[in-house]
Design a protein around this ligand. Structure first.
Ligand code: BGC
Length: 404
């Protein structure tokens, strides 16, 4: 008999995720490559050959299957498929068709993301995501891909974390195009919401596979010791400012979608002064995030409420640590969050660990190790970590297991 406390519902999907620019290598025709190679680059190092997944995908997909996982979320690189405006590369489309076929041959469901942070250089030259026309250009590319892949894709994610591209790229200035303007960030948010709607329609005209948007979501907490009502109100206001611009139109845009992709790594705490740093004795990950796997419960609940009941898929959750045992503990706690949500009637359809490989962590370069599998970037050898075997066994059992 199944134990309701530790078992996941039948059909719960277990997988792992990557993104084209973080694993493929030599994506030279997008805004990130250009950003990495600027003289005054804020990036720790360029992406270079990455994990050479452009060539090694058959091995990586077989590895996912051998571990016992059932799904692979990866992204298609727009700048490869449409290297110049209106020029579609049949060779690139064929490549991704082979990646998808390789998933099915291995019994792995392909979950395809159509935009994961990188934008073709020709699109940035036209004004990038600040230009309302980008939504139409993106939808046209999505239609091409969907027409080519048709029903071979198990699920579609239109845009990965548009809120991170807009906030870090256009408000904080650490991602391309490096702007620092609230107006620009707000404009980009609305272009992304438009792009989600238009790409959804474009994909849906060629594919009946479930489709959703993914969002970066943290648990937002108010932390006030004092009983002073003003201080309390101020902390709440600061917390609202934290939300402001991060979730805006996105959760609303997702209403009516087939699923919603929650992507959570930690919590953010606010007091009357604003966002707090983690406590001095807090456990931190390589990213500097507070170790707080419990955040996933609050974000799933919020996403479910705000989208008015769209089923949830955890499309990213993970941790960058050196000690692999900590990864196991973190994921175990995150899975308990999912079980509590399911128990309360929230349909959570699957869990995609971020990431399959130690890969290119954007501005941080190759320092943060999120992978279930390590990569020797000289030889491109893969080194399977104990957490990968553990997660594979959890997937096979469809239930929590001892932390070994
Ligand atoms: C992104 C990934 C990234 C991960 C860890 C998410 O924001 O979608 O590309 O590697 O978080 O930072």
């Amino acid at each position: 008999m199944e134990d309701a406390e530790t078992s996941f519902p039948q059909g719960f999907l277990w997988g792992t995720a990557t993104a084209a620019h973080q694993v493929e290598g030599n994506n030279t025709n997008n805004d990130w490559w250009e950003w990495e190679h600027r003289v005054d680059s804020l990036c720790a190092e360029p992406s270079g050959d990455c994990c050479d997944q452009y060539h090694l995908y058959p091995k990586d997909i077989k590895l996912i299957a051998d571990l016992g996982l059932q799904a692979y979320r990866f992204s298609i690189e727009w700048s490869r498929v449409e290297p110049a405006e209106g020029e579609f590369s049949q060779v690139a489309l064929q490549h991704y068709k082979r990646v998808i076929a390789s998933c099915w041959e291995n019994g792995v469901q392909p979950i395809v993301t159509l935009h994961h942070f990188t934008t073709p250089l020709w699109v940035s030259t036209l004004g990038g995501w600040e230009n309302p026309r980008t939504a139409d250009l993106f939808a046209r590319y999505c239609a091409k891909v969907a027409q080519f892949m048709g029903n071979d894709v198990a699920r579609w994610c239109t845009i990965n974390e548009p809120n991170m591209v807009s906030t870090i790229g256009y408000l904080v200035g650490q991602f391309p195009p490096g702007k620092r303007s609230r107006l620009a960030r707000d404009a980009v948010n609305s272009v992304f919401c438009d792009a989600h709607a238009k790409s959804r329609d474009a994909v849906k005209s060629f594919s009946s596979a479930p489709l959703g948007l993914t969002l970066a979501m943290a648990e937002f907490q108010v932390d006030v010791q004092s009983a002073d009502p003003d201080e309390f109100a101020m902390a709440h206001a600061k917390r609202e400012q934290g939300f402001d611009g991060l979730e805006t139109c996105f959760l609303e845009s997702a209403i009516g979608d087939d699923f919603f992709g929650v992507q959570t790594y930690t919590r953010e705490r606010y007091n009357a002064q604003g966002r707090m740093k983690p406590d001095p004795d807090a456990r931190l990950t390589i990213m500097g995030y507070e170790y707080y796997p419990q955040a996933l419960e609050a974000t799933i609940r919020r996403a479910y409420i705000e989208t008015r009941g769209v089923p949830i898929m955890v499309t990213e959750n993970g941790i960058a640590v050196v000690n692999d045992q900590e990864r196991i503990e973190y994921v175990d706690e995150a899975l308990r969050c999912i079980l509590r949500c399911i128990e309360d009637g929230i349909p959570v359809e699957g869990y995609m660990y971020w990431s399959l490989l130690d890969n290119f962590e954007w501005a941080y370069g190759y320092g943060p190790t999120f992978g279930l599998v390590g990569v020797d970037r000289e030889t491109q050898e893969r080194h399977i970590k104990p957490s990968a075997h553990w997660l594979g066994k959890v997937a096979q059992a469809n239930a929590l297991l001892p932390l070994r």
